[in-house]
Each structure stands twice: as structure tokens, then as C-alpha cells.
Design a binder for this molecule. Structure first.
Ligand SMILES: C[S@@+](CC[C@H](N)C(=O)[O-])C[C@H]1O[C@@H](n2cnc3c(N)ncnc32)[C@H](O)[C@@H]1O
Length: 275
């Protein structure tokens, strides 16, 4: 299961036009002043996957970490393949001078008394249905004074949610959504939770796209992997009719850009200071 998810996520990342910089810019406005006071700057990354965003975050933080200050980067990632790829990503990026700590566990089971300057959930909160409120409160408790919690996720306008909902209708599966969530988490629902807790925050949303052209190429392995990812299902043994029906759903929500078929997957970032 972990292997399958990791390899499909690699294909997803390859086709995803993701704008990681916006979360970094939002963070910059917040952290610039607070980091200089620390002897050790520490970050907790929840569900880093292959570590593409983390690589950029570390690069960004190293600009602000002064001589004599240490940078500690704590990772909570239950998928062993993702942990391996994460290590390889950091190695090939030549990251040095960072003290990494890897926890092979889920965030729900992670325990620490450590306090962090930054905790981020970057496109990982979908995997913790029903736990969001508790995890936000727990994360705020794990921040140092001046620290910040950053959560990035798709907005409700992302067409992947339409596809997943349609898939549940097509296959008639009422049990499709995991227990504790009536739907996958998106930014509007997360905002309701954050507002309900009464937290102050900054939020920015921005367009991102996924190139799904491969789904329309006959016998494309990449296309098959993308279809599985889009519908969060294993369609290998599904009938050709079902596959065709699902492909026409993708076609309906796709838009054409420079001859490519693209899905609109806007994302949003919440930045919540410790309060
Ligand atoms: C969609 S990927 C996002 C990866 C990366 N942050 C990015 O933006 O590309 C979600 C990641 O969350 C991890 N994950 C899933 N459930 C988790 C949990 N309960 N606690 C921590 N991480 C989890 C998955 O293994 C996966 O690596």
C-alpha cells in the first residue's frame, strides 16, 4: 500500500504545476523577526512525502539562520518509501548543516515535549479525517512563542473533489468516505474549524494545475497511475466501461492549455501564529 501510494504520488508531482513559493512568502512575513532570537530554529514537518517543499523551506530558512544558530528539522512520515525518498532528496540537494530527526509514525501517534518555530502540514491534512481540530490545537501548543502553524491544502474549487464525489456515485459506494469525515478536507471546511476555535490567521489562495494529458493516451502507464490517484481508487481491475466512464468525467472537468489537458486544483495556505 505504501509502495503504491509513493509511486503514484511521484507521477502526480511530475505533472503538478505547484506554487510552493507562496507559502514561503507568507511564512517570511511572519518568521523574519522571530527567528533571530532563537539559538536553535526548529521545524516540524507533518507528512513531507518526498520532501520537495521541505527542500525549498530549508533553503529559505538557511537565509535567516545566523552563524551560531542551529537548524533542526523534525519529520513525521509514516510511509517508509517517502522517508527514503525524503533522505535522497536532501542528499541530492546537498543540504548540509541541518540536524534531521525522522519519526516513522503518524502524527496522531507522535509524542514530543519539544517546541517548534514552525509546524507545517503541506497537503497532508487530507489524511487525518476527523482529527483536524485536535491536531491544530495540539500543534499550537507545540509552538514556541512567536512560532507559526502553516497548513496548505486544496480549496473546495479543486476539481479532484468533484471527481471523487462522482466516482462514489458511479460505483454506488456510500462507505467511500472514511469514517469521521463526510468528505475530504478542503480549505473552506478547514476555515470553518479554525473560525470555530476562534483563531486569527492569514489565508491566501492561488491557482494550481495538474496535467492529465497522459490519461487520454492509450495504454499509458503514467495515465493509469494518474487515474488511480484522481479517483483515489485502484482501477486496474475495473471494467473497460467503467474506465471509459471515468475518463469522460475527467474530460468534462479538464480545460485545454497549450494543447494539454489540465485540471484546475487551486490551493490555499493558512498561516496561524501562536496565540
Ligand atoms: C499528498 S502527500 C504530501 C507530501 C508533501 N508534503 C507535498 O506537499 O508534496 C501526503 C503525505 O502525508 C503522509 N501522511 C499520511 N497520513 C499521515 C499521518 N497520519 N501523519 C503524518 N503523515 C501522514 C503521507 O504518507 C504522504 O507522504
Amino acid at each position: 500500500m505504501y509502495e503504491a501510494y509513493a509511486s503514484s504520488y511521484t507521477i502526480f508531482l511530475k505533472n503538478w504545476q505547484v506554487k510552493r513559493k507562496i507559502a514561503l512568502e507568507m511564512l517570511e512575513q511572519h518568521l523574519q523577526s522571530s527567528l533571530s532570537e532563537q539559538t536553535q530554529v526548529s521545524v516540524l514537518s507533518v507528512g513531507p512525502g518526498p520532501g520537495e517543499f521541505d527542500k525549498q523551506l530549508i533553503d529559505f530558512l538557511q537565509q535567516y539562520v545566523a552563524e551560531g544558530q542551529a537548524l533542526k528539522y523534525v519529520v513525521v512520515e509514516p510511509n517508509h518509501i517517502h522517508r527514503q525518498i525524503f533522505e535522497a532528496t536532501m542528499q541530492s540537494a546537498g543540504v548540509s548543516g541541518v540536524h534531521f530527526e525522522m519519526h516513522p509514525t503518524s502524527i496522531e501517534d507522535f509524542q514530543t515535549n519539544e517546541k517548534f518555530d514552525c509546524i507545517h502540514y503541506t497537503h497532508s491534512i487530507y489524511h487525518m479525517p476527523g482529527q483536524e481540530r485536535r491536531l491544530i490545537l495540539e500543534s499550537l501548543n507545540r509552538l514556541k512563542d512567536g512560532g507559526v502553524l502553516v497548513i496548505t491544502l486544496d480549496t473546495e474549487e479543486a476539481v479532484i473533489f468533484t471527481l471523487i464525489t462522482k466516482y462514489a456515485e458511479v460505483v454506488g459506494n456510500d462507505q467511500y468516505w472514511q469514517e469521521g469525515s463526510s468528505q475530504m478536507m478542503e480549505s473552506k471546511k478547514l476555515r470553518e474549524i479554525i473560525d470555530d476555535i476562534g483563531l486569527s490567521y492569514k489565508f491566501e489562495s492561488y491557482p494550481e494545475y495538474l496535467d492529465v494529458s497522459a490519461c487520454f493516451e492509450q495504454n499509458s502507464e503514467e495515465g493509469k497511475v494518474l487515474m488511480d490517484f484522481l479517483f483515489q481508487a485502484n482501477l486496474r481491475d475495473a471494467s473497460p466501461e467503467l474506465n471509459q466512464q471515468l475518463l469522460s468525467l475527467v474530460d468534462k472537468v479538464a480545460i485545454e492549455q497549450n494543447g494539454r489537458k489540465m485540471l484546475y486544483l487551486p490551493a490555499g495556505t493558512f498561516v496561524m501564529p501562536k496565540q
